[in-house]
Design a protein around this ligand. Sequence first.
Ligand SMILES: [Zn+2]
Length: 223
Amino acid sequence: MDEKLAKTKCVICGGESFGAGPGGRMAVTGITPRCETCQSLERHRAIRGFFDGILDPDLFGELEVLQFSKDPAVKPEWFRSYEFSVYEGHNSLDMQQIERESGSYDLVICNHVLEHVPSDGNALRELTRVVREDGIVFLTVPDPERRSKTVDWGYPDETRHGHFREYGSDIVERFEQHIPDVLAFKTKLEDAVTKTPDTAFIFAHRQNRILRQIVVRGRDLRL
Ligand SMILES: [Zn+2]
């Protein structure tokens, strides 16, 4: 197949036809962002692209995973176990007080949820509490690089998707404040379809096999 065409395939479903996003929105690069087959948007494919890039069946097959709010970031069948929490759903866990033992998971995934909780400090402490010493937390929030300062209005604003706040690049100061003993990294993501860049944050208690895998597979990882 023509390489140019191959690059425009959806990494989640292989779909090749794309339309405007919610409300007719286009990607920042001017390209239509919504996969018409699986409905994925830029961030879903950027995150899946990251996990596809570090996928090692032997390593992933050993991992016990918890995901807050199910999205197509990962495939449950990659892992030894996969649990997800849905707000007000059958397995609804409060991210600010997770009803699980410390060190219960190897990988905790939290995409676009932190901006929905009243206390992101408690959520950060809890996410990193339930992950094992050899595990990681993978976190994304909407557009953390678009502004420098976080604006926190302290209530869920329904005109802004029910968010309590809008994060800026100073989000890293919150990590230093709330989880000072945890290693915090940034890594760049990109949606292959629209070329839209994104950023993910990764937390770990110490250097470990998953962090090594990320570096070995050529993904950038900055403190
Ligand atoms: Zn798709």
